[in-house]
Design a binder for this molecule. Sequence first.
Ligand code: APR
Ligand code: PHB
Length: 388
Amino acid sequence: MDTQVGIVGAGPAGLLLAHLLGREGIDCVVLEARSREYVEHRVRAGVLEQGTVDVLTETGVADRLHREGMVHRGIQLRFGGEGHRIALSDLAGGRAITVYGQQEVVKDLIAARLDAGGPLEFEAGATEIDPDGGVIRYGDGSDELRCTIVAGCDGFHGVARAAVPADALTVYEREYPFAWLGILARAAPSSEELIYTHHERGFALHSMRSPEVTRNYLQVAPGEDIEAWPDERIWEELQTRMALADGSFALNEGEVFEKGIAPMRSFVAEPMRHGRLVLAGDAAHIVPATGAKGLNLAVADVRVLARALAACFAHGDESGLGTYSERCLRRVWRVQHFSWWMTAMMHRLTGDPFEARLQQSQLDYVVRSRAAATTLAENYVGLELEDV
Ligand code: APR
Ligand code: PHB
C-alpha cells in the first residue's frame, strides 16, 4: 500500500480529515484537482457551528479564527417590515455561531497540513477510483495511489460518488424553484447579527465577513443570468426587501467585488460507504444554504470518520467504519430537514395563497413561541455530535 488513507479533494472535508488523521499518526495523502490559489479563493458560505469551532480549536487550527471570526449569539428573522431576534445562545445552552469565511478555514487547514509536512498535491485530480481495490488513478490517469481506505471528499461534482456502482447507491434529491444571488461588498455590516428576511418579492440575507466586508444574498429565479443584475439593481432590491416598516433601516452599500448565482438543492446519496471507499461532505450530500449547514455537515462527517479510522488502524476495530454511514446519515437527515424547513419558511414559494398563510403562521409562531424558537436555535448553532 502506498498510504493508509487516500483523500480525494482538498475542501473542508478532505483537509480536516487529513489534519485529524495526521494527529493520530495515520498516513494519508491528499489529492486536489485545482491549484492552491483556486481553492483558497473560492468564495463559499461563512457560518461555523459551535461543534466546528470546537474541533478546530481542540486540534490547534483556530488561532486566526478566534482572532478574526465574529461570534454571534443570535440572528434576526425579518418579515412584515419588522425584525425579530432569535436569542440562539440563550435558547441553546450557551452555544453560539462564528462568522468566518469557509475559504479562511481552508487556508488555515492547508497551512497546517504543509507546516506538518503532510502530503498534499494540488492539480492532481483523481480520474478514477476502484472502491474494492482501494486504488486512485490521478493526474493524467497514469499515476496510481494504493490505499487501505479511499476517502471521497471531492464535492458534489467529484468522481468518488460515481465510483459507487449505481445499483449500490440510493439518491434522494429535491431542486428548489429558486436560486441565490450572492455578493461580497466593501461595506461595513449594517447590523450586529445576520438578518434572514422573508419578503413578498423574495428572500434576502444580510451576512458579513469582517468589519469592512459584507455578504448579501437575494432569492432569484433558477437559471437567472447574472448579467441581468448590475450592482445598482442588486442594492435596490436588497434595500426594498430588507426595509423596516418604520423606515429606520438601510443597508450600507459599497463596491461589489464578487457576485455569483448558486442553485438551491437538497441531495443525499446512501450509503456513504462502499467497500474501501467512504464518502464525506458534499460528495454525499448537499443542503440548501438557508440553514448555513454545508460546511458544518462536512466537518461532522469527518469527525465521525477520523474516530472510526483511528480505531481501525490502531486496534483493528472496524466497528466504527461499519456504522459510519448510518451514523452520519442520522445527522444528514436531521440537517436536511432543518435546512428544508428554514428554506420553506423564509423564501417566496409558489404564490399559492393557502401556502402563504401557512408560511405566515410558521413565521409568527417561531418568533412568539419559546419552544419553536428553541428548535430553530439548537439546530442552527448545531446539535452535539452525540445528540444525533
Ligand atoms: N480529484 C481531486 N479533487 C477533486 C476532484 C477530483 N476528481 N473533484 C473535485 N475535487 C476537489 C474540488 O476542487 C474541491 O476543492 O474536491 C474539493 C471538494 O471540496 P468542497 O466542494 O468544498 O466539498 P467539501 O469539502 O465536502 O465541503 C463542503 O463546501 O461547497 C461547500 O457548501 C459546501 O460548505 C460546504 C462545503
Ligand atoms: C454566509 O455568510 O455566506 C451565509 C450565512 C448564512 C447562510 C448562508 C450563507 O445561511
